[in-house]
Structure formats: structure tokens, C-alpha cells
Write a protein that binds this ligand. Sequence first.
Ligand code: HPA
Length: 245
Amino acid sequence: MGHLGIIGGSGFAALPDVEVAHREWVDTPYGAPSAELLTLRHAGQAFYFLPRHGAGHSIPPHAINYRANVQALADRGVTDVVALGAVGGIAADCGPLRLCVPDQLIDYTWGRLSTFYDGADGDVMHVDFTAPLTPGLRERLLAAAAGAGMDVHAGGTYGVTQGPRLETAAEIRRLERDGCDLVGMTAMPEAVLARERGLNYALLAFVVNWAAGKADGEVTMADIEANLARCADAVRRLLLALVAA
Ligand code: HPA
């Protein structure tokens, strides 16, 4: 087992009731990460935690310094990144409160700094991205879920939109035709930057709303926030099961 780093998403600025052994601002050539890097301790294991939206959830998805975040984890020796993400559900079996470990991504984002190989140092690199979410790490997450008696959806395609607005119903129909089961705003370029740095990367997505047009009425922040709170304990439990495994 390597060194685990968790990237927290919406609703996860920290992991409640887990000992914080250390906190530090990590300086990187790409600027500052979203927040202090926390070293957490559970079951005799140390692991890192970095909230991608900042400690006070103030950084929107398109403005996150994904390169600094991934570099900070790589610099501290992290080999395995588990990234949390609140998502909208598109597929019928991915409704609100479902935990999912997707196996594919489609990137609809634009204008984000999405590579370490931007030509600045004369290096051109085309990483393989056939399986964007590391199979071995996904399997460890799923095994931890099974060991904890938790029902988690294995597989599926996460479509990454630009945000910060939510999608139109027609955009969600298009994502569905493309084969997306889930929609979120942050898995890219995070996943590819992890790949470029040679890190294993898996997503633990939790569904906080039906995507636009998949249920009657509008998607409200009140519903999203209520469902975030309802998912929090299961997400925490699964992460701690993974750490202890
Ligand atoms: N769309 C995009 N991102 C999201 C959603 C959604 O419906 N819900 C949570 N993150």
C-alpha cells in the first residue's frame, strides 16, 4: 500500500472527528494549493487531506488551482489519490444519496490549465488515459465498501462540466446520449494531472441531486446541501474503512 491523499470536495473541508496531526501550506512551482495540506491519523495510519474548494469552500470549480493541488500531494510522497465529488445523477440507478466509484470520464470543461506539459520547459508528453480512473485503486475502494457492508455503485461514466452554473435539461440529455451516468464539475483536469505525475487516482462520487430535467422542477441549492449533509457520514465511513484496510 502506498501513501494515501484524499482530495475533499463540496461538503468536505475536513474529515470530522479524525485527528489532525499536522497542517502546512505547501509551496509549488504552480502557485499555492487550495488550502493547507492536513496530515490526518486514523487506525495507526497517516494520510493527507486537501480540500479543493479551500478551507471555507470559496473557490469555484473553474478557478481551482488543480496543478498546485496535485503537485502538493505528489511532493509529499502521495501515491494514491482518492478524490471526493458531489455529483448530479443522470442514470436511473444513480439517484440522490448513491455512492459511486465511476470508471470513465468525459471532459466538457474548457479554459482550465489542464496539463503539466504545457510546453513551458520544452517537454511535450501525451499520457495514456484509456482508463482515466486507476483500476487497482478503484478496486480497493470497492473492497473497503464491501468490507464495511456498504452498497456502492461500481462503474459508470462521469461527465465533467465547466460550471459553476448547473446544466440545462438539453445539456443533460446530450450527456446522457454520450453515455454519462453522473455529472460533476471537478474531476478534470484533476484526474489527468494525477496521471501526468504518475499517481493512482480514483473518484468517490456521491449523488446530491437528479441532474437537470431528470426530476420535476428546478435543481435547488437547498436540496443539494441537504443531500450533501445526508451523504457525509457514509462517505466518511468508507474513507476510514479504506484507511484501515
Ligand atoms: N451538475 C454538475 N455538477 C454537480 C451537480 C449537477 O447537477 N450536482 C452536484 N455537482
